[in-house]
Design a protein around this ligand. Sequence first.
Ligand SMILES: [Zn+2]
Length: 136
Amino acid sequence: MGGIGLDELVFASFRQTVRHGCDQWWLYVSTCLACRQNWMIAQDDRIYDNYYLRRISPAQLQEIEDFGLWPDEFLTYEQVLKLGKATGDVWAFLEPRSPALVTTAEDLRRERPDILVEEIAALLSITVQQAVGLLG
Ligand SMILES: [Zn+2]
């Protein structure tokens, strides 16, 4: 998704109903007020500037609300970045040590301490040398 005005158009009838919170700042549930369908949404406005939507059933919503049990699809930022990378739309950051990149590299490492710098570079669509600079 993306494109000029499309977000606004699609989300006009959406109301955010549950936030994941904790470390998963990108993850929430919205309900379509027109048809009551619930959507799990990962909103990456940091790196690839994309939204990822997945329909969830009433039972899944109940699990989220009652037990904090979320479908695991968007649970790590690494998963979300992989989806962004797969779209092929890459934003080049003008600043090699942009705070968004630095924070994201730190987040990736917190999520998975044994992640390789090459993997971080690939997820962020930057060079390995630049990724090393982010972690330094
Ligand atoms: Zn709807």
